[in-house]
Design a protein around this ligand. Structure first.
Ligand SMILES: Nc1nc2c(c(=O)[nH]1)N[C@H]1C(S)=C(S)[C@@H](COP(=O)(O)O)O[C@H]1N2
Ligand SMILES: [Mo]
Length: 397
C-alpha cells in the first residue's frame, strides 16, 4: 500500500540501482530532491472547523521565478468564506451615476475583449509583526516559518473600464463602489454594528486604468472560490484589500462612499480619533532578501549569490542595492529580466565573502517615482503596509 512519503526518505519506487538510484553520485538523487518539487515548499494553510482551507500563507522565501503557483498564493478575507455561486447563477449589476444601468451575466461579461495582467498582490497586514520588532518589542518574525501574505499571479479578465464604457457615466461620477457577497461584522466594529457586505470605493481614475480588471482566471486556470470566483476585482499596485472578491455589485457614485474598511481599518493615522487619517491605497517600495536569510546560520568564505525580490505599487523598480555591512555601504544588484510594471523583480548580487566575520545583509529598492525604501517603517495605529529594510545576520567562517 502506498504510504505518504516521510520527509527525507527515498520513496520505494525510486529504490533502484543504476543512475539516479541511492548509490548514484548524481547529487540530485540524494537528500530531499527526487525530481519533483521539494516537499518543504508548502504554504501554511489555516482550516475551518470542517477541515477546509480558509486562509493561506505563502512560502515567499522558497519561491522561484515570478509567478506564485495558485495553491501557494496567499488567501485573506475578513468574514467567513461565502457560498459558492456557479457561473450560470452569477450576475453583476452596475448602477448609480451611469447613463444605462446594466446587469451582466457571466457570458455577457466574457464578450468584452479580455486583458491579462501580471501583478504582485500584498495584503496591508503583510509583515505587520515587524513593527513591534523595529520598536524593540518582541523577537524577530520569521518569514520562513510564518510565511507571508504576499504573492504574484497572472490574472485574466475584462477591464472594468470596458464595462463602464458600456453603461456610460454621468458627469458626476467620482467613485465606483465594488461589493462582494460575503457578509459579516468585523471583530473590532462598534457594538451594534449590523452585518454588511465587504465593499471598497475606488476613485474613478484608478477604476478606469486599463489594468484594473474584473478577473475570471488566475495563472491560466479559472478563478478558484477562495480567490473570489467566479469574478473578482483586481486593482494592481494597490493594497490587496482593494481587489474585492466574490464581486456582484458595482455602484457608480458622486462621492467617496463611507465603506467600513476605509477609515476603520486600512488607514494611516496615529489613533482611531486621528483627524488626519489617510486612506491606504498604493503599496510602498519594498525589497527583501530571500537568500541568505534567518535560516542561514553560517556560510563558508568564498563567493555567494545574494538574491531576492523587489516591487512597488508606485512605479517600476529602477534599482536595487545590497549592503552586507548593515547599510554603511551599498552595491548595485543586478535586476533580472523581465522588469514588469506591477510585478516583483528578481535581483541578485555576487558577494565575494573572503573575510570571516559577522555581516548584516540587506537590500534597498528604488522605484520610477523616485521612492527609496527606508530603514524606518512608517508607524501607524493599524500596523499596515510595513515596507522597511530588514537585515539578516550572517556569519562567514
Ligand atoms: N469580498 C471580499 N474581497 C476581499 C476581501 C474580503 O474580505 N472580502 N479581503 C481583501 C483582502 S484584505 C485581501 S489582502 C485580498 C486577498 O486576496 P486573495 O485571497 O485572493 O489573495 O482580497 C481582498 N478582497
Ligand atoms: Mo489584506
Amino acid at each position: 500500500m502506498a504510504t505518504r512519503q516521510e520527509e527525507g526518505a527515498v520513496p520505494d519506487f525510486l529504490r533502484m540501482d543504476g543512475p539516479g538510484g541511492p548509490q548514484s553520485t548524481n547529487p540530485h538523487s540524494q537528500g530531499r530532491w527526487y525530481g519533483w518539487p521539494s516537499s518543504t515548499v508548502n504554504p501554511v494553510n489555516l482550516l475551518d472547523d470542517d477541515g477546509r482551507v480558509q486562509r493561506v500563507r505563502t512560502p515567499v522565501m522558497d519561491l522561484q521565478g515570478l509567478i506564485t503557483p495558485t495553491e501557494l498564493h496567499y488567501v485573506v478575507q475578513h468574514f467567513a468564506v461565502p457560498e459558492v455561486v456557479p457561473t450560470d447563477k452569477w450576475s453583476l449589476s452596475v448602477e448609480g451615476e451611469v447613463k444605462r444601468p446594466l446587469t451582466l451575466d457571466y457570458e455577457q461579461l466574457r464578450r468584452f475583449p479580455g486583458r491579462t495582467v501580471r501583478t504582485i498582490m500584498e495584503c496591508s497586514g503583510s509583515d505587520a509583526t515587524y513593527f513591534e520588532y523595529f520598536k524593540g518589542e518582541g523577537s524577530k518574525p520569521s518569514r520562513n516559518q510564518e510565511r507571508m501574505i504576499l504573492s504574484a499571479s497572472e490574472w485574466t479578465g475584462v477591464p472594468l473600464a470596458a464595462v463602464l464604457n458600456e453603461t456610460g457615466l454621468t458627469g458626476k461620477a467620482t467613485h465606483i463602489r465594488a461589493e462582494g457577497w460575503d457578509k459579516g461584522v468585523p471583530a473590532s466594529a462598534a457594538e451594534g454594528t449590523e452585518p454588511f457586505y465587504y465593499d471598497k470605493g475606488l476613485p474613478l481614475e484608478k477604476a478606469l486604468h486599463p489594468d484594473t480588471i474584473l478577473a475570471v482566471a488566475q495563472n491560466g486556470q479559472m478563478l478558484e472560490h477562495l480567490h473570489g470566483a467566479p469574478v473578482r476585482l483586481l486593482v494592481p499596485g494597490w493594497s490587496g484589500n482593494w481587489s474585492v472578491k466574490w464581486l456582484w455589485k458595482l455602484e457608480v457614485l458622486d462621492h467617496e462612499p463611507d465603506c467600513w474598511y476605509h477609515y476603520n481599518f486600512y488607514y494611516y493615522g496615529d489613533s482611531p480619533d486621528d483627524p488626519n487619517k489617510e486612506l491606504i491605497t498604493t503599496i510602498g517600495v519594498k525589497s527583501m532578501v530571500t537568500h541568505p536569510n534567518d535560516d542561514t546560520d553560517t556560510l563558508s568564505t568564498g563567493t555567494h549569490v545574494v538574491r531576492g525580490y523587489a516591487w512597488s505599487g508606485g512605479g517600476t523598480i529602477t534599482q536595487v542595492e545590497v549592503s552586507v555591512d548593515g547599510g554603511d555601504t551599498w552595491h548595485s544588484a543586478r535586476l533580472e529580466e523581465p522588469i514588469d510594471r506591477w510585478m516583483w523583480v528578481r535581483w541578485s548580487y555576487v558577494w565575494n565573502a573572503d573575510k570571516p566575520g559577522n555581516y548584516k545583509v540587506m537590500s534597498r529598492g528604488t522605484d520610477a517615482a523616485g521612492r527609496v525604501q527606508s530603514h524606518e517603517p512608517r508607524y501607524n495605529n493599524m500596523r499596515k503596509n510595513f515596507s522597511a529594510i530588514v537585515g539578516y545576520d550572517i556569519t562567514i567562517q
